[in-house]
Design a protein around this ligand. Structure first.
Ligand code: MN
Length: 195
């Protein structure tokens, strides 16, 4: 059984204001993530997935056409835990290792914005890293997640409407800017690189 308490927020609901409202955090975490967890528990009961950990559920169900709902809910749990861990107000200065990889801070932000603004409908934008190819910026649709395809994420932004609509309504580009300028906990990103 998966439990919301196993995915604690690394900040208080009000910590991200005014860039992300407490109401958005409360709804996103307490309603959306909680629903994905409740759905997954129901879907995997009495199946081969019941005793797997989250990552194994994701990498198994992605290759099984009959398990699409299981994949979607499991991937959304992973994606949301990862996203919430990327957020914070204390470490918003971009590290040199990231800006240098893209030719500068402005170039990194432009590339990230370009990929993010290109997402049509619900999805995610990710900074990924591997030892061979270095950093990449990719988008995934709906619940899809890099770990289902052998890629290693180090940063993500949720681009589903529920992530920003209370605060930004239709102004998704402003939400993306706000994330890049004020909401990324770069310490979490660097810690991922060191894993
Ligand atoms: Mn979300």
């Amino acid at each position: 059984m998966f439990n919301l308490n196993d995915y604690p927020l690394p900040f208080r609901e009000t910590d991200l204001e005014p860039y992300m409202s407490a109401e958005t955090v409360r709804t996103h975490y307490g309603k959306h993530l909680a629903t994905y967890i409740a759905n997954l528990n129901k879907l995997i009961a009495d199946t081969k997935y019941a005793d797997m950990d989250l990552r194994e559920i994701i990498t198994t169900s992605v290759n099984d056409d009959t398990s699409e709902k299981i994949f979607n809910n499991a991937a959304q749990i992973f994606n949301h835990e990862f996203f919430f861990n990327c957020l914070g107000r204390g470490n918003n200065i971009i590290p040199d290792i990231i800006s240098d990889a893209f030719g500068g801070e402005a170039e990194f932000k432009e590339k990230f914005k370009s990929v993010a603004n290109g997402v049509f409908g619900s999805g995610w934008v990710w900074l990924t890293h591997d030892a061979e190819n270095g950093f990449g910026i990719i988008a995934t649709k709906n619940a899809d997640t890099p770990i289902a395809h052998g890629q290693t994420p180090v940063l993500t932004l949720d681009l589903w409407e529920h992530a920003y609509y209370l605060d930004f309504q239709n102004r998704r580009a402003d939400f993306i800017d706000s994330f890049l300028e004020s909401l990324i906990d770069w310490k979490f990103v660097i810690d991922n690189l060191n894993m």
